[in-house]
Design a protein around this ligand. Structure first.
Ligand code: GN1
Ligand code: MG
Length: 354
């Protein structure tokens, strides 16, 4: 690693560099110098992110924009330049590395310990949406085209079923059928966008609770991290992905499905935090689409996990053989639970219609 971190403008001699974080795509390290000064070093997955310079251009643009508007230096990620003054390092082998300032005094939770934690993550993502409301969305590069295009995810799913590359189709036919039964409704948000009924916004697109830093003492949000997928998208995507992950009573890869539910208490808490922070920025129609966002984002993520399982686990990082299948099953269980709780979900959101 020395060859990599020594090419960045770090404050002091590096005394440790250790893997950290639980992302499924990039690789993340905590770097500590003798000063002491802490940094986050990341290797970006070039298989997933085909346009690495476009991705980094987006992050530079968004973090510069936010730093100019947010007073708290911990309120936005800060890139640390290379010794040559570039915002990231591209090696001769084509590997892309970047360094962020570590956000001191912060915690990042794997799961909400209380509904209040989730409410605060809602505030963080709502604020993010709010702060970027006037950012010129058309200047952002679409670094992963069709990222939250659910019908397109189903198309890719069907290709994986047809190819059955890892020879696993026979053992997961029930799950495959369960997802396919939802294919028709998968296009609902997309159709509203096409019809001009809901607007395209600058969205985060990966609003897991693990992508929010909270102040370790006050438990108030400091900033959102993982800006790799900041792109034009729908408010319902950001809201929905956060519910998918944060309102679940179990881990994303929990093998025991009896533990997996969508908690209404968590749902209400996130909704309240998110809508209080982005509030009147959203149109009435957008607010109405939020429950649908929760369901479709869960469905979409499940389809992606099962697609990857069928392909032989080539996209999401796995640490055990059936992890992607377990992930797909938890998402199915959550979708079914949301269907049961649908009226209650609608009622919570209806309180915020203006
Ligand atoms: C991936 O690597 P991570 O945890 O930031 C994925 C998200 C998924 C998520 C599921 C670029 O995010 O879309 O929702 O896993 N990121 C990409 O946990 O595909
Ligand atoms: Mg991510």
């Amino acid at each position: 690693m020395k060859e990599i971190y020594s090419q960045f403008r770090l404050d002091g001699r590096v005394i440790s560099c250790t893997p950290t974080g639980g992302g499924h795509i990039n690789r993340t390290y905590l770097v500590v110098t003798a000063r002491p000064h802490l940094y986050i070093l990341q290797w970006l997955n070039g298989q997933v992110f085909k346009d690495l310079s476009g991705l980094m251009d987006n992050i530079v643009a968004v973090t510069d924009y936010l730093h100019a508007r947010v007073a708290d230096p911990r309120g936005t990620l800060t890139l640390v330049p290379t010794c040559e003054g570039a915002p990231y390092l591209m090696t001769e082998e084509g590997d892309c590395w970047r360094v962020y300032e570590y956000i001191l005094g912060s915690v990042c939770l794997d799961a909400a310990e209380t509904a209040e934690d989730l409410r605060q993550s809602g505030v963080a993502f709502g604020m993010f949406q709010n702060q970027l409301a006037d950012f010129p969305a058309d200047t952002l590069k679409e670094t992963i085209p069709h990222f939250h295009d659910t019908p397109d995810r189903f198309r890719i799913f069907r290709e994986a079923i047809a190819a059955d590359r890892a020879g696993r189709l026979g053992s997961v036919q029930a799950e495959v059928n369960a997802f396919l039964a939802h294919e028709e409704e998968a296009g609902a948000l997309h159709a509203l966008l096409q019809a001009g009924e809901i607007p395209l916004r600058v969205t985060h697109n990966d609003t897991k609770l693990t992508n929010v830093m909270l102040d370790e003492n006050t438990r108030q949000p400091l900033c959102v991290i993982d800006l790799d997928t900041v792109m034009p998208g729908l408010a319902a995507h950001d809201y929905g992905d956060a519910i998918r992950f944060g309102a679940s009573t179990a881990a994303e890869d929990e093998p025991d499905l009896s533990k997996v539910e969508m908690s209404m208490e968590m749902y209400e808490a996130f909704t309240e935090g998110f809508l209080s922070a982005c509030g009147d920025r959203l149109t009435r129609k957008e607010i109405e689409t939020l429950p649908l966002g929760a369901k479709l984002m869960t469905l979409e993520c499940g389809v992606r996990f099962l697609t990857d399982y069928l392909n032989g686990d080539v996209y999401f990082a796995t640490s055990r053989p059936e992890q992607n299948l377990d992930r797909a099953r938890t998402q199915l269980k959550l979708v079914a639970d949301m269907e049961r709780k649908w009226d209650a979900m609608q009622a919570v959101v209806a309180r915020y219609l203006h």
